[in-house]
Ligand binder design. Structure first.
Ligand code: SF4
Length: 405
């Protein structure tokens, strides 16, 4: 009998290798074969602690997802029918034309040998690599990785920029408006707690209390703090709700809480608290939690090349004045503390509008200084047709590229 040492892998990949994931065994075998081929695993004689290639460690029993299957409910049947393929020859032709135009605009630059090697390595082990073709964009991988201006459609690697180290701690800043009854703030806190271990740096959480005339009933500060159970929070910020600024009411204090720290910071908020669980805000928020926190390797790669990274990057001005040229739609983003808090950057100032925290990144950085982790150049996410026409399909691809279901 031949075995492999699954402990060489991490996270989701280790689960799949050990047969603890919800993937069928034939898929598990396919991945193991691919990892053996790429050198991520090696076949060896069986001994204690090693997993047989043929039989998973638990005999094929599948583990339940931690969200009880909720994730799947949001994917529309329409999007599922489209599947995760790279589309037909039309899509390939469009992608090819766009790539050539971008390459010409980039001065026909070729990626460095190191960069090409890194891209190749990522693509070789990607589940969307279909015999040398990328199933997400339809490009031929060997050609795609050579162009400096190329990027991975599922954000596993990015347009070539000189990399910098991402070696400090990871901090958290979160704003919560605890609207009573609809369960959304609790759901957001639960999403965070499932991933809280990623934050080995400072953790700051702001809770707002009702302002005079507030049209919502809010849960107490103690109720929110209790929801975090025994998890470490270094700084609680309590402030009066300000409907004119929304998250912007506590953003300056949250930023101050991490401003003297090295490393990187994740900024988020309990999103959708004034809506119910059926609203589009639920899948929107869930995608943000997943794309920001479930694949640290890709986020780290983005932050090594850019000052910020987040999903749903949207270009153009807001519908109302006094704002900037791009934003992360939904206000979930990572940033490099050294770039934001360096001298000369006015990180204290925010637009005095309801979108203050959403427009804040563009006050500091040009769009080309920031990365998109999912659905670049997104359109109005309040429109159902945007989801059915693109977002759900790309989300399936994003998950498939990471072996998530
Ligand atoms: S999705 Fe990205 S990593 Fe996967 S094959 Fe395509 S380009 Fe490569």
């Amino acid at each position: 009998m031949q075995c492999v040492d699954c402990n060489r892998l991490h996270g989701r990949l280790r689960e799949i290798c050990r047969g603890e994931s919800d993937l069928p065994d034939d898929k598990r075998q396919t991945y193991i074969a691919r990892w053996l081929k790429s050198g991520m695993l090696q076949e060896t004689d069986c001994s204690d602690g090693l997993v047989s290639i043929e039989t998973p460690v638990d005999g094929g029993r599948r583990k339940k997802r931690r969200t009880g299957g909720r994730r799947q409910r949001h994917i529309s049947p329409n999007a599922r029918r489209k599947g995760k393929g790279g589309g037909g020859c039309c899509k390939r032709a469009v992608t090819f034309a766009k790539t050539m135009a971008a390459w010409a605009a980039d001065g026909l630059k070729i990626a460095s040998a190191t960069e090409q090697a890194e891209r190749r390595q990522i693509c070789e082990t990607c589940p969307l690599n279909s015999e040398g073709w990328c199933s997400a964009c339809g490009c031929h991988i060997n050609e795609k990785i050579k162009l400096r201006v190329s990027f991975c459609p599922t954000a596993k690697w990015f347009v070539g920029q000189p990399p910098r180290a991402v070696d400090g701690p990871r901090h958290l800043m979160m704003h919560i408006m605890p609207v009573t009854k609809n369960g959304m703030w609790q759901w957001n806190v639960e999403q965070l707690l499932q991933r809280i271990d990623i934050f080995d740096g400072r953790r700051a959480v702001a809770i707002v209390t009702p302002q005079p005339g507030c049209k919502y009933t809010l849960d107490t500060v103690a109720a929110v703090q209790n929801a975090f159970r025994d998890h470490r929070i270094d700084e609680w910020i309590v402030a009066r709700n300000n409907p004119r600024l929304r998250e912007g009411a506590t953003w300056p204090q949250l930023l101050t809480a991490v401003s003297r720290e090295p490393g990187v910071t994740f900024a988020c908020h309990a999103m959708g608290v004034t809506h119910n669980m059926q609203h589009l805000k639920l899948p929107w928020t869930e995608i943000q939690w997943m794309t920001c926190l479930d694949d640290w390797t890709s986020v780290e790669r983005a932050l090594s090349q850019y000052s910020m990274a987040g999903p749903f990057k949207r270009y153009g001005h807001f519908a109302v004045g006094n704002n900037n040229r791009w934003h992360y739609s939904g206000t979930f983003y990572w940033f490099r503390n050294d770039d934001v808090f360096r001298s000369g950057k006015d990180w204290h100032t925010m637009d005095k509008r309801f979108f203050a925290s959403e427009s804040w990144p563009a006050r500091l950085f040009r769009p080309e200084e920031t990365a998109c982790l999912f659905c670049d150049d997104t359109k109005d996410l309040y429109k159902q047709h945007v989801w059915d026409g693109r977002v759900y399909e790309e989300f399936e691809q994003w998950k498939a590229a990471r072996i998530l279901s």
